[in-house]
Design a protein around this ligand. Structure first.
Ligand SMILES: [Zn+2]
Length: 335
């Protein structure tokens, strides 16, 4: 569909329209700023449209309010939505990247039973999870003789992947290839300790996976992207966004290594605020996904500690839409 709005000047349009809370902003070369209220158009969820993304995909949806009748001329945000494909699922693929976050050992101890419960539920629905292990979770596995459990998950089709917080992350895991970036000024929850290089981290995590780690979720990829890791489940911008629920793979280079990025949005991760998605957002995405788009979800401890009862309905919704959750590496290998 298209909608036309008169602009205040004849000058060329300078930038793409920006939509926020149903208001469209269009700047022109002579400095005119057009503000079109009550358009009935919104960005995806609560996100501003268009949002900077490395895959150049914008997304927007016609809101529930009625659009005002336009008067004359040109320049419009074009809003498109594709119908679900006739055969197969409505999305190209779907994944859950589970961030096993950098935490203290007693915290991991509290969370581990929830992880086991979650994995059992995933198996019940044939959901294949991408479990991103950070160093403390690996430490916990080794200390508690849980390696067989983790290896059984991998043998059962789940992915054992990397989770890394580099020196610019508030919860630094202690590993980096750029020790000069480590801060010790007290801003860090993890006190800026340096434990070793990325090689050291990968060696420490290696026993967890018998297939080798091929995907990651991490910060500081410019300096710390490890050799051998191929796929990056991440945010499209600098911060999490609900808009990242749907995306297409992007080829990038990090730290000199080629990699493929695919984006994901936090499922019921409260501290993300408006950037988190819920069950309704997932259903909307399943209904509006364009051809070739993947649905990417992030889970972390907030998801299953506060909202465990919202996980099974998600699995049921995906089942209802005929969508299978696969691992990041399986999906990207096949693309
Ligand atoms: Zn993390």
């Amino acid at each position: 569909m298209a909608q036309e709005y008169a602009l205040a000047s004849d000058a060329r349009v300078l930038t793409s329209p920006v939509i926020r809370d149903g208001v469209i902003y269009v700047a022109q070369e002579d400095g005119t700023l057009n503000i079109i209220e009550n358009s009935g158009v919104n960005g995806y969820g609560t996100a501003v449209w268009p949002r900077y993304r490395r895959d150049n995909n914008g997304s927007a949806a016609l809101g529930s309010s009625t659009a005002v009748t336009p008067s004359e001329t040109v320049y419009l945000p074009t809003v498109t939505a594709s119908a679900p494909e006739e055969s197969g699922g409505p999305v190209e693929g779907a994944f859950i990247a589970f961030h096993l976050e950098v935490s203290r050992m007693n915290r991991v101890n509290t969370l581990w039973p929830l992880l086991e419960r979650f994995m059992a539920l995933a198996d019940q629905y044939g959901v294949k999870v991408t479990l991103q292990f950070s160093a403390p979770w690996a430490e916990y596995v080794y200390q508690n003789n849980l390696l067989d459990t983790v290896r059984a998950w991998e043998a059962n089709g789940h992915e054992i992947a990397l989770h890394h917080h580099g020196p610019t992350h508030k919860f630094f895991d202690g590993y980096t290839d750029d020790p000069t970036a480590v801060r010790a000024d007290g801003w860090y929850a993890t006190e800026g300790m340096y434990l070793g290089s990325m090689d050291d981290l990968m060696t420490f995590l290696a026993p967890l996976s018998q297939q080798g780690m091929t995907s990651a979720g991490m910060s500081d990829e410019a300096t710390d992207w490890p050799a051998g890791v191929l796929y990056f489940a991440t945010d499209s911008g600098e911060t999490p966004s609900a808009d990242d629920l749907l995306s297409t793979p992007v080829e990038v280079t990090h730290n000199g290594y080629p990699a493929v990025e695919i984006y994901n949005a936090g499922y019921l991760i409260e501290h993300f605020g408006n950037a988190a998605v819920d069950l309704d957002d997932v259903e909307t995405a399943l209904q509006t996904a364009a051809s070739g788009e993947y649905l990417g979800l992030v889970f972390n401890d907030e998801t299953f500690e506060k909202d465990f009862n919202q996980i099974e309905p998600l699995f049921q919704l995906l089942q209802q839409y005929g969508v299978t959750i696969e691992t990041v590496s399986d999906l990207m290998d096949r693309r």
